[in-house]
Write a protein that binds this ligand. Structure first.
Ligand code: NI
Length: 590
């Protein structure tokens, strides 16, 4: 049995180290280590709770909106605030696009190179590539001239010798089994996805005022100028190279019309490029069915409220699936969530083995470092800056796959149709989604579900505004004089990568305790009190590894979770040791 480390794993958010033991050509055991200390909870302590979300969303440069929402909702919960209908719709409209954009980025920029070999794309026949692309989608740019252009652009890039994101890839690896034409097709879409993200960024900026960290939330709703605000012309004068600097306000007729146009663009790419590509890659790798399945325990808190009460239905259902039983949906009780520091670089006054509810959690670092001499973390009892959250003491997978399966079991017609369409092509049941390629498919299905819903939320918003109801916030709770001396709040929601919870207390008008459990805290967690592996660790067991010096297969499963350790770990200060600097094997750069 030989132990290998991949550090840092690239094409992820934050700093992640993966160690595996390989024997007989497959992973036998795995360790996931978040190698940066977050400590955001400590930054929040003592601040005005109305500002919390602005800080909390800086936990990350990717999962921004998710933490902004979770934070503002937790403060609203503490202060008993109900947001108006327009605010709910605006939050869905803003956050829906953030989720879809993140999924497209995860697929093309962070995961595609695990499945396609960009250098092999240089060998592709552009005519055959166009035929292949037209066989899976009617996307207008699927013609030989376009693919020839992309190939020439790629060849010039490679010839320049400055490979950038193509440096250090495992190109030529035997696990790359797709035809060069498929490589070229996805590579072309890799570039188109970047252009598409510019349009998504404009949409998010219209509604959020800024990107990637939106600025238009407020405790009680949203802050956007009312519909009669008209176009805002920034005082920059005429500038021929900056046409988009002159923007309408989101709720003006011009703004709403532009949002509608942008929604059409978001949908077109997701429906006609992203989804067909994800399904094609998954279908092509049928030998991966069942690989990377992991625990079979799935958790979704539900997201995108479709009504204005706490009990309202959500586009993505809440619930739990245990032990892979796709017939049975269990409810969620936030009181069953607790974290242990048994194998993390923290202490807890209740002891290493205690399972501590997040509302009572603390962030006290205890960096014990790697063993010396160091090339693996073998023998280290504590090996991560990520705590281990558990539900009723059991590790849970969260993320698009969990949400899609939970909504499927909950009977969502939209989800059932999309999932059955995919698994029907494979002549398999819904269980075919469990695993590495299933996470890729579930992410694409979810992106489509959400962008296709944006129209409806926009139509509802227009109706409400047209009826004369233009309220976007309820600020009755803005007077700290009316707050109780001590009150607590929490919220659970769904970040692109999975369930996110914020727990806080407000004491004498200021934030007291604050704890975050992020999606990658769940998925990327280390072992727990009972030495049970975290979801990502568990999913890696059984992954085939043809060549341990080039662990492409491991990256496939790691990237299927879209890990974001920036969010997951509890900002480094001068007193915190630097992240581990040993690079044993490094994947392709971002
Ligand atoms: Ni993140």
């Amino acid at each position: 049995m030989t132990r290998y480390a991949i550090d840092p794993v690239t094409r992820v958010g934050g700093h992640l180290r993966i160690e595996v033991e390989v024997d007989g050509g497959a992973v036998r055991d795995a360790w996931s280590s978040g190698t940066v200390f977050r400590g955001l909870e400590l930054i929040l302590k003592g601040r005005d709770p109305r500002d919390a979300w602005l800080f909390a969303q800086r936990v990350c440069g990717t999962c921004t909106g998710a933490h902004a929402l979770a934070s503002v909702r937790a403060v609203e919960d503490a202060l008993g605030v109900m947001i108006p209908r327009n605010a709910r719709l605006l939050r869905n409209l803003l956050y829906g696009a953030i989720v879809a954009r993140d999924h497209v980025f995860t697929f093309y920029q962070q995961s595609a190179f695990d499945w396609i070999d960009p250098l092999a794309a240089l060998e592709a026949d552009p005519e055959a590539t166009a035929r292949l692309a037209r066989s899976i989608s009617d996307w207008p740019s699927s013609n030989a001239a376009h693919f020839r252009d992309v190939q020439a652009r790629l060849a010039a890039h490679v010839a320049s010798g400055r490979l950038g994101p193509l440096a250090n890839g495992y190109w030529g690896h035997p696990a790359y089994v797709m035809a060069p034409e498929a490589d070229l097709m996805v590579m072309a879409h890799y570039f188109e996805a970047l252009d598409w993200q510019r349009r998504a960024n404009r949409y998010v900026t219209l509604l959020g005022g800024k990107d990637p960290h939106p600025q238009t939330l407020i405790v009680g709703g949203m802050v956007l100028p009312p519909p009669w605000g008209g176009p805002v012309k920034p005082p920059i004068g005429e500038h021929p190279n900056l046409p988009e600097r002159e923007s309408p306000t989101a709720l003006s007729p011009e703004g709403l019309a532009e949002l509608e146009t942008l929604i059409g663009e978001l949908q077109a790419f997701v429906d006609r490029v992203y989804v067909p590509d994800a399904l094609a890659i998954a279908q092509y790798h049928e030998d991966w069915l069942g690989l990377g399945a992991g625990l079979g325990n799935y958790l979704s808190a539900g997201e995108f409220p479709e009504g204005d009460t706490a009990e309202s239905l959500r586009l993505l259902a809440p619930g739990r699936i245990m032990g892979g039983d796709l017939e049975r949906l269990e409810p969620i009780d936030p009181a069953a969530m607790a974290e242990t520091v048994a194998h993390a670089w923290y202490t807890d006054q209740r002891g290493d083995d205690a399972l501590v509810p997040p509302a009572e959690g603390e962030t006290t670092q205890r960096y014990s470092g790697p063993p010396v001499p160091f090339d693996t973390l073998e023998g280290a009892d504590h090996y991560s800056w990520i705590k281990a959250p558990r539900y009723a003491e059991v590790p849970m997978e969260v993320g698009p796959l969990a949400r899609i399966l939970v909504s499927y079991v909950a009977g969502s017609r939209l989800v059932r149709t999309a999932v059955n369409d995919y698994v029907g092509r494979l002549q398999l049941g819904v269980e075919a989604l469990s695993g590495t390629t299933g996470r890729m498919v579930a992410r694409a299905i979810e992106a489509q579900l959400v962008v296709d819903r944006l129209d409806r939320w926009l139509a509802e918003l227009r109706e409400t505004l047209a009826s004369g109801d233009v309220a976007v916030a309820d600020i009755t709770a803005w007077d700290p004089g009316v707050w109780p001396a001590e009150v607590s709040g929490w919220s659970l929601g769904e970040a692109p990568r999975g369930t996110v919870g914020h727990w806080l207390t407000i004491e004498n008008q200021l934030l007291g305790a604050y704890q975050i459990i992020d999606a990658t805290t769940w998925n990327g967690s280390p072992r727990d009190t009972r030495n049970w592996r975290g979801p990502l660790e568990e999913a890696l067991v059984g992954t085939p590894v043809v060549d341990p010096a080039r662990p492409l297969e491991i990256l496939r499963t790691v990237h299927s979770f879209a890990p974001c350790t920036a969010c997951a770990a509890h900002l480094a200060g001068p007193e915190v040791p630097a992240p581990i600097q040993v690079h044993v094997h490094t994947g392709a750069g971002r």
